[in-house]
Every structure is written in structure tokens, then in C-alpha cells.
Design a protein around this ligand. Structure first.
Ligand SMILES: Nc1ncnc2c1ncn2[C@@H]1O[C@H](COP(=O)(O)OP(=O)(O)OP(=O)(O)O)[C@@H](O)[C@H]1O
Ligand SMILES: [Mg+2]
Length: 495
């Protein structure tokens, strides 16, 4: 019998990079195929070919045995192929319901949009993905995890034969992930073929029936999940030994460098107090919407506060605006790299140098372009950014490599206090270890690090102490000696 979807000998090159070389994979009805590989391995490119976004240079696609050559996204949609892209594509100023049914809005006989039916139907779909927001809410007001769930609801609104999820869980917490997995299982039982791309290998083991490994644009191995183990999978992905996911840290914990006292931002969070010490890595856990990102922004002076204060103890400075934070040696690595982090059409060079530019001054930048080049080249080498060179535009980098550019840029200001919001979101295992090493090295040099992460394993492996937020308040604190996943989940869910 013919496969649901089959790709044979697919190749695709971009100027300066061969993204895919002779890739052959297949997907059957009622199964979940996992695709794993390092950042830049070609996973998204392969799925963009299925989505009709790119046409392959070589090779062919078959859908239930018939030749299938999508020329544009519409062709794939019409064939029942839904791809939820890694970089989300919602319209920020439209409502949640309108986004779900975009290009597919229910009309009455006079051609007017049937609002009531629209919102009603949207409500049902939102319940299925476990997203508790009104259908009328503007997408702009949602966090990225919530936007991710809207994308998934949109996929459910269509009659899908194939659903591709490109890192759907990168932004989700455990509770939302559980709901998503229940949805995936239901779709699978209904005969849909699903492709699941993720850097969270434990999820790949849990949900996928077969797993294919892409490396440097080639499909190196495809096997049933039962024939893989974690070490084997990592080995196939990175092709070099990785000894420990969390390398040991030898940092002396010193004086308090950052003191947050009774910080409140009306409508976001209340009465948050914490102390961060030199050499310390402090975690901030909690569910989506608990207020973690907002706390980081407020500490940085980027979110208005209605009470309390933030003092950089070591410099005796009170932060009121981002420029105070930068001047006091505080850096923020934001969660939403697209909205706040990067200028996508610019090169790696310009993006990395951006936060140092005011200090370098434009004139000196023009006179000493070598300085910018060196900063960017360091970032590329230290973080193993996969690119054709520092002149490559950030928008043409893979998702994980974009994230590395954001981190590289924060490092150039030589801060002493780091506020990291989901620093390894979308980053492959090999590169994660690099980021952890970097965090360790910074702590060992006396920097203080506050890290928000939805990846519990990461917080447990990395932090000296974890604070847990729940509905805008600090619900608990756990020192390393008492770390356990249950303890932290308990605080996060029940307070
Ligand atoms: N539009 C483009 N122009 C130039 N190069 C591109 C373009 N799209 C992708 N690439 C390059 O193709 C390679 C594969 O990228 P792709 O996005 O498929 O990786 P990925 O496996 O999805 O990585 P990640 O895990 O980081 O999302 C990378 O080297 C990337 O820089
Ligand atoms: Mg990708």
C-alpha cells in the first residue's frame, strides 16, 4: 500500500548552504513521525517543502501514491496538509477566533462574517487545546505559548490528512504539553499522519512511533522509536560524544548584587522580592501566565511598576528604565526573539553588535568595522552558530541559530547580571550544553544569573536555587539540596 506522504531524493540549496541533500522519508496514516537534528540540520526546510513554501531543487513528493508538487502554500492546504511553523504566523491585530479561521471564515448568504458561529466554534477548539482565553481577544495580547496553542487550534479547524508541528512544545509548560499530547493521540487514532519536530528528546520518545535523524541536511537514520535510546539518538544527531548535559560548575557564591523588594506591576504580578548573589544561578519556575517574563522585564526597567523597587546592590543604583539597567551591567535575553530581540533583515554582524553600538558610537563603528567583525566572529565561534558567515542575514538562519545570536549579543555588553528568559528554547542538545557551559563560566567569573525556563529538567540541572511563581506571586523557594520535580510542580500548581 502507498504511504500517506513520501519524499524521495529531496535536495534544496540556498546561496552558500546546502540545506538538504537527497532526503528520503515517509509518513503513514495514524502515526507520529519524529524528526530530530541539530540547529540548522534542515528540519524546517524539509517541512517547508511539504508546506509548499519552498520548491525542492531535486527529488519528488507523493501523497497516497500520487505525484504531489505544491507550488505555493495554498496547494498544500487544499491537499489537507497543515504545517504549524516554528516561527508563528498569526495576525496580531485580529481576534483569536478570526486567526483560527483565517482564510476560512464562515459567511452568511449576504457575505457577512457569522460572528456568533465563529466565536462559538472557536470556543470549542480552544477548549480542545486547553487555552482559556475569550475568542474575541486580540492575538497581540497573548504570550507566545498561547499563540502556539491558537496555531494548533487553527490546524484542528481544518480537515487535515497531514499535520506537521515544528517545535510545538518549545514554549509550552508541562500542563499544556499534556493537553497537546492528548490532542495528538486523538488525531492519530482518527487516521491523521503527524510529524513532530522537537529538541526535547523525552517528548520524542513519549509521542513518536518512528524517529528520523537529520544531520547536515541528510537523513542519516530512520527507525521505530522502540529501536532508539537517548544516547543513540544524540550520537546520531551530533556525531560527536557528549559526556554530560549539565557540566559541573565551580562558582563561589558571593554578596547580593541584585535586590528586588516588593516589586509590583498592576495586572501582571504582585509583591515580588528576591535576592540574587554573585556567582549564583537562580531559577524562576511557574506555569505560563504566572508572570515570570513580566518580572524579568520589570527588573530590567522595561515594564512599568506600581510599587517596590529594584536595586543593583553592587553599584548602588535603582533601576527605573532599561538604560539604567544597561549602565549598571544588567542584560536581558528576551523570550520573544522575533519581536524584541532581533532585526531579522540585518546580518549577524549588525545584530550582535547592536547593543554595543551606543558605546562604540556610530562614528567609531564606521571607522573601525573590524571591531564589529571580531565581536560577531567570537559569538559565532563560542556559540557554534551555524551560518555561512557573519554577513548572513538573521532571517535566513535556522530558529535555534537565531536564538544563539540573541545570546551572543547580550554577551557583548559584558554584563555582571543576566536575566535570561527561556535561553535554550529551540536550541539543540549539543548547543544546550554550550549554553550551560557558558552560564557556568559566567557564574564562575562572578556574574549573577536569573533564569526563567519552562524546562524543569533544565532548571533542576542548572540552578543553585529555584523560586516558583504562581498567579503573579512568589509561591515558594527550593534550595538545590531539596530539588525535586514534584516539589516544584506542587508549588507551581497549588501554591
Ligand atoms: N531562506 C533561507 N535562505 C538562506 N539559508 C536558509 C534559508 N532557510 C534556511 N536556510 C539555511 O538552511 C539550513 C537549514 O535550516 P533549517 O531552518 O531547515 O534548520 P532546522 O533543522 O529547522 O534548525 P532549528 O532546529 O534551529 O530550527 C541552515 O543552515 C539555514 O541557515
Ligand atoms: Mg527549524
Amino acid at each position: 500500500m502507498a504511504h500517506l506522504l513520501e519524499m524521495t531524493g529531496v535536495s534544496k540549496a540556498f546561496p552558500g548552504v546546502k540545506a538538504l541533500t537527497d532526503v528520503s522519508i515517509f509518513l503513514d496514516k495514524g502515526e507520529v513521525l519524529g524528526i530530530v537534528g541539530e540547529n540548522g540540520a534542515g528540519k524546517s526546510t524539509l517541512m517547508k517543502i511539504v508546506a509548499g513554501v519552498y520548491t525542492p531543487d531535486d527529488g519528488e513528493l507523493r501523497l497516497e501514491g500520487e505525484a504531489f508538487a505544491p507550488r505555493q502554500p495554498r496547494d498544500s492546504l487544499d491537499a489537507g496538509i497543515i504545517v504549524i511553523h516554528q516561527e508563528l504566523s498569526l495576525v496580531p491585530d485580529r481576534s483569536v477566533a478570526e486567526n483560527i479561521f483565517l482564510g476560512n471564515l464562515p459567511h452568511d448568504r449576504l457575505g457577512r462574517v457569522r460572528r456568533k458561529a465563529l466565536n462559538q466554534h472557536a470556543k470549542t477548539l480552544l477548549a480542545r487545546v486547553g487555552l482559556d482565553v475569550a475568542p474575541q481577544t486580540r492575538v497581540r495580547q497573548l504570550g507566545i505559548a498561547q499563540q502556539q496553542l491558537v496555531e494548533i487550534a487553527r490546524a484542528l479547524s481544518r480537515q487535515a490528512r497531514v499535520i506537521v508541528m515544528d517545535e510545538p512544545t518549545a514554549t509550552l509548560t508541562t500542563a499544556e504539553q499534556t493537553i497537546l499530547f492528548a490532542t495528538i493521540r486523538a488525531l492519530r487514532s482518527a487516521g491523521v499522519g503527524l510529524v513532530f519536530i522537537s529538541h526535547h528528546l523525552e517528548e520524542v520518545f513519549e509521542i513518536c512511533d518512528r524517529v528520523v535523524v537529520l544531520r547536515d541536511g541528510a537523513a542519516v537514520e530512520m527507525r521505530p522509536t522502540s529501536e532508539w535510546n537517548e544516547t543513540g539518538l544524540i550520537q546520531a544527531m551530533v556525531n560527536r560524544p557528549i559526556d554530560a548535559l549539565f557540566p559541573p560548575r565551580h562558582a563561589a557564591i558571593g554578596d547580593v548584587v541584585l535586590a528586588v523588594e516588593g516589586l509590583t506591576s498592576a495586572g501582571h504580578f504582585e509583591d515580588v522580592s528576591l535576592e540574587l548573589r554573585a556567582g549564583e544561578v537562580l531559577g524562576l519556575a511557574g506555569l505560563i501566565g504566572a508572570g515570570r517574563t513580566e518580572v524579568l522585564k520589570a527588573i530590567y526597567g522595561a515594564l512599568p511598576i506600581s510599587g517596590g523597587r529594584v536595586r543593583v546592590q553592587s553599584r548602588d543604583v535603582v533601576i527605573r528604565a532599561p538604560r539604567d539597567a544597561i549602565a549598571a551591567g544588567v542584560a536581558l535575553v528576551p523570550e520573544d526573539r522575533k519581536a524584541e530581540g532581533l532585526v531579522l533583515p540585518f546580518s549577524i554582524r549588525s545584530n550582535v553588535a547592536m547593543s554595543t553600538l551606543p558605546r562604540l558610537s556610530w562614528l567609531r563603528t564606521v571607522l573601525a568595522p573590524g571591531r564589529m567583525d571580531r565581536l560577531a566572529e567570537h559569538a559565532v565561534a563560542d556559540l557554534r552558530i551555524r551560518a555561512s558567515g557573519i554577513g548572513q542575514t538573521v532571517q535566513s538562519l535556522s530558529g535555534g541559530n537565531q536564538q544563539k545570536v540573541v545570546i551572543g549579543r547580550a554577551l557583548t555588553t559584558k554584563p555582571r547580571i543576566f536575566l535570561l528568559d527561556e535561553p535554550t528554547r529551540g536550541i539543540d542538545v549539543g548547543a544546550k550544553v554550550e549554553v550551560y557551559r557558558l552560564i557556568n563560566a559566567l557564574a564562575e567569573q562572578g556574574a549573577a544569573i536569573l533564569v526563567v525556563s519552562s524546562d524543569m529538567i533544565e532548571l533542576l540541572g542548572l540552578c543553585d536555587r529555584i523560586l516558583i511563581m504562581r498567579t503573579g506571586r512568589i509561591a515558594g523557594a527550593v534550595p538545590r539540596a531539596e530539588f525535586s520535580q514534584e516539589r516544584i510542580m506542587h508549588f507551581a500548581a497549588l501554591g
